[in-house]
Structures are given as C-alpha cells and as structure tokens.
Design a protein around this ligand. Sequence first.
Ligand code: FE2
Length: 275
Amino acid sequence: MKNLENLLPSMHEWMRRYMRSFYTDDAEVQQGILIKEIHTCYVTSIALRLARELKLDSHGRNLAETIGLFHDAGRFRQYQVYRTFNDAQSEDHADLSLKVLDEEMPYFHEIDEEDQNLIRIAIQNHNKKTIESLKDPRQILFAKLIRDADKLDIYRVLEPFLAQENADKMPNFIKGKQHPEISSDFVQNFCDGEQADFRLIRTNGDRKIVRLMWLYDINFSWTMKMIKRRGYIDKIVSALPMNQDAEKLQTGLERLMRHVESVIQKNVDTQNLVC
Ligand SMILES: [Fe+2]
C-alpha cells in the first residue's frame, strides 16, 4: 500500500491520459468530452480549495483532491457507449466511475483500504438526491465536500446557457425541451422549499429552478459565499419566467434567499477531524 500523497502525481497523469483517450474527430462528442475534462480539472481544484478552507490536514487535502479527480471518471465511458450524459437514459455515472477505477486505474488498488473506502463512498454519493445514511463523520464530510465542489462548478458550466436565446446553443447532451416555462410540480417544490427530482426535468425553466433548489443542499458556508459572489444566484433568478405562477415563485425566492443568508452567516466551516 502506498501513501496517497506519493500516488497523486501518477494518478493525475493517468487521469489526464485517460480523458484524452476519448478525444475524437466527431465535433459534438469532442465537445462533451472537453466539457467533462475541464469540469474534472475545476472540481479537483475546488475540492482541494474547500479542504483548505475547512482546515483539513494534509491527508484530508489529498483525499479531497483524489475524490475530485475521479468523481466523474465514468462520464467518458458513459458518453462513448451511450452518447448521453443522462443517467436515466444510460446508467448511473457514479457507479460507472467506480467501475472505471476498479477495472482500469492501475493505482487505485495501491491506495490504503480505509482511504479507498472513503473515496468510493464520496464518489458513490456525489450525484444522488441526498447522501445515504452514513455514521462515520469522515465519510459524511467527504461526501458533502465533493457534492459542494461539483455543484459550484456546474453553476459555471451552465451559466452561458441561462438566457433563453442561448438555450438553442446548448449542446444536445445537456438540453431539455426548449420551453422557458417551469413545470407546475417544480414550481410547487420551489415554493415549499424542497428539492425536486432532477430526473423529472422537462423544460429549460425546470433546469433553472432545479439549480436554485440545489442551494438547499449546499453544505458549507464557503461554497455558498462563492456561489453568491460569482453572481450565479442573481443570474438564474433574472432568467426565470416570473410571469408564470408569480406569487408562488416569489414565495419560493424569499424563502430561498433567507436560507442562503443563514448558511453564509453560519460562517464556521472548520472541521475538527483528523483525516
Ligand atoms: Fe458527476
């Protein structure tokens, strides 16, 4: 078994080559692969940054970096086999990430068993509606950390497509129906301050409001501050079709903004854990 810190340079190099092995002359496929390659780079660096903000020790920072690096390893095979990033139409990409690590990543089995388990649990839970019930505080911490890092970067990825006139330019693999309206069940979820089931997204409006509902699932005040500071919340809100169900949307927005401020004010993210 090797120390995670010693394995990290080789794991980065392997992942870089692995992602590039999917490059193709098909322009649409290439666009999808590049989006996921860039997303992987950003999420890895955000996970590490968040680990620093949480004052994790060097082992904790190495774990965060590894989880960020591999969280979406399954996306590349998913797109190659199914030509979609839609899990409902293909297979769960977190499961696929673990399969790729088990079957193709030569260094994964060199990682200490306890660390391997922590990495698996965080990756497995990164894309679920909620985190499974876990008892170990370290498992909970890293599952929360990757969910925050992933969401922060997905706000960046989707930002250019918020305006309805740009929705047409959205690549096929992320666009839904081009209606600007929000489905009525999603409006109700939003008004009630709940999460919606992202697998039920039917329109462009649904996609926007789901990104707002994600804010109820942000775990750390640092992440919420970054989301707010980068203007993602304001940009999504100003792109909402407010003429539809205006009263319910307004109620949902007021509730949401109170929640955002309360998470920011919490302001104490430091984890007293030895990782
Ligand atoms: Fe993912």
